[in-house]
Design a protein around this ligand. Structure first.
Ligand code: SF4
Length: 394
């Protein structure tokens, strides 16, 4: 007999499961509350369920997140967990406490097939998609583990915000992501508002459109470049969905989005995408009267790792870049780095991935060469482009 992990089921799927056990559908709501609101994993303790149902569940179901392999706590309160995703894969989840919120950064895949040049996960390649239960299990584990540790009274939440910004491209694992998002929003589950759940994408255009129609939460887009030539190199998915298509999808998303702007993430790379001229190019891109978009910029100091061949922009360059955007009428903030001492910052999530995509070889390139034509607007990374166009345009 197959034993079902109930973390895999949103409330509709749980109702179906209850029906299959010969129970009324409404039992699913009780069960769902026990699992997600109270963090229960022992059916024997679910006191308002009939004993007969508890006995049935004990034989046919379980409630378990991925096994936790390690926990690291930063001096600034950030916590990073490594979870065993099986077959030699490990994924990471990060909790970032702030005065007015607790944010959980969740992974959606073991590795990532997009292969962004500045991203440690991208350099490791891709192994597999996480299941719905493995995605929501990160929130289930973190919320209830922290509640116990902090000895909070029942009902008091630790995690107020979720960002799908961990390992993986969430929109390339859409069928598992969607039920997990619904469980985050469900009032019988975590009851998070749409504004407090953010999906971050490198620009999977058709799935941005699907997400808008199925479950419009806050959207962040990894932009990282003001033109296609540079973005082709930094975010290879751009070769399939270039900037004009991406911006059109973002404009379409705003029609149903819980916020009236899109957040653009922009990783600041020394000498690659951080000049004043490139900031002005960005302004022109997003302020275009036909193709422009309501947006905010989040400038991210790069966390260098040796294989990338890239370095972090100096602080004064980041400030100057932000100023150009701000003087052009945009909101541009610089992300505070958190958890530096435990490598928990953006782009550093390493985990361990049994790569099926040969990424390490594919992404080993000659050092970055920056070409400037006339002014410092045109920037290209020379090495490896032709081969990559064939391999990554999947
Ligand atoms: S930045 Fe995101 S989409 Fe790009 S390689 Fe890293 S995890 Fe994948």
């Amino acid at each position: 007999m197959t034993v079902a992990n109930l973390l895999e089921f949103d409330r509709d799927a749980l109702a179906l499961f209850c029906e299959q056990l010969g129970e009324k559908r409404f039992r699913a709501t009780q069960l769902f509350r026990w699992i997600h609101q109270k963090g229960a994993s022992d059916f024997g303790k679910m006191s308002d369920l009939a004993k007969s149902l508890r006995d049935k569940l004990a034989g046919r179901a379980t409630i378990a997140s991925m096994p936790m392999l390690s926990e690291q706590a930063s001096t600034d309160g950030t916590i990073k967990w490594l979870f065993d995703a099986g077959a030699g894969n490990a994924i990471e989840t990060v909790f970032i406490p702030e005065d007015d919120r607790g944010t959980l950064c969740i992974s959606s895949q073991a590795g990532c097939a997009v292969g962004c040049r500045f991203c440690s996960t991208g350099h490791q390649g891709f192994s597999r998609n996480l299941t719905t239960g493995e995605i929501i299990g990160q929130l289930w584990f973190a919320e209830h583990h922290l509640r116990k540790r902090l000895n909070l009274p029942e009902g008091q939440r630790v995690i107020t915000n979720v960002v799908m910004m961990g390992m993986g491209e969430p929109l390339q694992n859409y069928s598992a992501l969607l039920p997990a998002l619904r469980m985050m929003l469900d009032d019988h589950g975590y009851g998070l508002s749409r504004r407090r759940v953010t999906v971050s994408t490198s620009g999977v255009v058709p799935m941005i459109e699907r997400l808008r129609d199925d479950c419009p939460v806050a959207l962040a887009v990894s932009l990282h470049a003001p033109n296609d030539a540079l973005r082709d190199d930094l975010v290879p998915l751009n070769r399939k969905y270039p900037l004009h298509e991406l911006l059109a999808a973002c404009r379409g998303y705003l029609a149903k989005a819980p916020r009236d702007f899109i957040t653009f993430e922009y990783c600041m790379l020394d000498g690659v995408n951080d000049t004043d001229a490139q900031a002005r190019e960005l302004l022109a891109l997003v302020n275009d009267k036909h193709a422009g978009i309501s947006c905010k910029f989040n400038l991210i100091p790069f966390n260098p790792f040796p294989e990338s061949g890239l370095t972090r922009s100096p602080n004064e360059r980041v400030t100057a870049f932000a100023r150009v955007l701000q003087e052009g009428g945009l909101i541009a903030t610089v992300r505070k780095t958190r958890g530096d001492d435990i490598d928990a910052a953006c782009g550093q999530l390493a985990g361990e991935v049994q790569d099926r995509t040969n990424a390490k070889v594919r992404m080993t390139r000659a050092p970055v060469k920056v070409h400037r034509s006339g002014s410092d607007v045109a920037v290209a990374i020379a090495a490896g482009r032709a081969e990559d166009r064939q391999e990554t345009n999947a």
